[in-house]
Design a protein around this ligand. Structure first.
Ligand code: G3H
Ligand code: 13P
Ligand code: ZN
Length: 333
């Protein structure tokens, strides 16, 4: 039996994306694995009046249990209403990097309103086949589907890709026509994790901060020319703020050569047909920095609320910054 996401108060991404493309902003897609992350996401989005995509990865499903995460998302819909005088915000529950038809079907059946089928590691024809199979099933229940063309370098669940393969703009019309996907994740130079570029790929600014090579906006523009207004997704879009890396390393951490995507480039992407921007690593860094600070400054503290509470607050502030200063989805709920 399939649980309708509509009965849980969730929405799919269709209208959200159409508005975002038209309004030249991007919807935040934040990953969550636990209660504090979910509270921070919902509070940040309610306080900025932003729609949101709650992302559940394979790792999150293994860590926290997908049934529990699904019920937490249902709870999040009610929580958002409670803290906004009954108004609420549009919330999508999305499977991040679905690896097979079975995983996607399972999530659709339990009430997810959107799924990603990531066939990007398959040969092109096989990617089309598995993506179309997911779309055909999902659309029966009005669940939206994200596909991916091109390969991001870095770590994605258990898969490590040594180098990126940029999306070929000549493939996008054929792929979207043959599969019927609602949105498409593309590869234009972003990657997962906190080490998106090696120092050798970067230049240094006057303060010694590593500056990465720019994203391939020329590829994005070619894709936009071929499919004007089609919803494009950017994975691996954390900025890896150097102030967070500094706090972590000054408080016992050892994160080396961390480089992310400069926020100015994400602002430019958000103003284009990129309408969903995935951010996970920056949240992990914000939590880690806050927790490390508590452990160093208050070594006698052992109540988890005393370090998870500050981490949750730091996370909420980070998300509000992303929404209002980078993606521009504030006020769009
Ligand atoms: O795409 C990768 C996301 O950051 C999720 O990572 O599988 O470790 O939860 P995870
Ligand atoms: P980051 O690792 O850059 O946060 O990317 C997250 C992501 O793309 C999740 O799918
Ligand atoms: Zn991703």
């Amino acid at each position: 039996m399939t649980v309708s996401y509509k009965s849980l108060g969730l929405v799919n991404s269709r209208e959200m994306f159409a508005k975002a493309v038209k309004g030249s902003y991007a919807i935040p897609a934040f990953n969550f694995n636990n209660m504090e992350q979910l509270q921070a996401i919902i509070k940040a989005c309610v306080e900025t009046n932003s729609p949101v995509i709650l992302q559940v990865s394979k790792g999150a499903r293994e860590y926290a249990n997908q049934t529990l995460l699904r019920y937490m998302a249902e709870g999040a819909v009610q929580y958002a209403k409670e803290i906004s005088n009954g108004v609420g915000i549009p919330i999508v529950l999305h499977l991040d990097h679905g690896d097979s038809f079975e995983t996607c079907k399972n999530c659709i059946d339990m009430g997810f309103s959107s799924v990603m089928i990531d066939g990007s590691h398959y040969p092109y024809e096989k990617n089309i086949e598995v993506t179309k199979q997911v779309v055909d099933y999902a659309h029966q229940f009005d669940v939206t589907v994200e596909g991916e063309l091109g390969i991001l370098s870095g770590i994605e669940d258990d898969v490590v890709a040594a180098r990126s393969i940029y999306t070929n703009p000549d493939d996008v019309i054929d792929f979207t026509n043959k599969t019927g996907v609602d949105s498409l994740a593309i590869s234009i130079g972003t990657s997962h994790g906190a080490n998106k570029f090696t120092p050798a790929q970067c230049t240094k600014d006057e303060n010694g901060i590593l500056i990465p090579p720019p994203l391939r906006f020329d590829i994005l523009e070619e894709i936009e020319k071929r499919m004007p207004g089609f919803p494009i997704v950017l994975h691996g879009a954390s900025s890896v703020p150097s102030d967070l890396i500094k706090i972590i390393n000054e408080n016992g951490g050892a994160i080396k050569d961390a480089v992310g995507i400069p926020e100015a480039q994400l602002r430019r992407a958000a103003a284009s047909s990129v309408c969903k921007i995935n951010i996970d690593s920056d949240g992990r860094l914000a939590m880690t920095a806050a927790i490390r600070q508590v452990f160093v400054t208050k070594p006698a503290e052992f109540d988890p609320r005393k370090y998870l509470g500050p981490a949750r607050e730091a996370l909420k502030e980070l998300y509000k910054h992303k929404i209002s200063d980078v993606l521009g989805s504030n006020g769009a709920a």
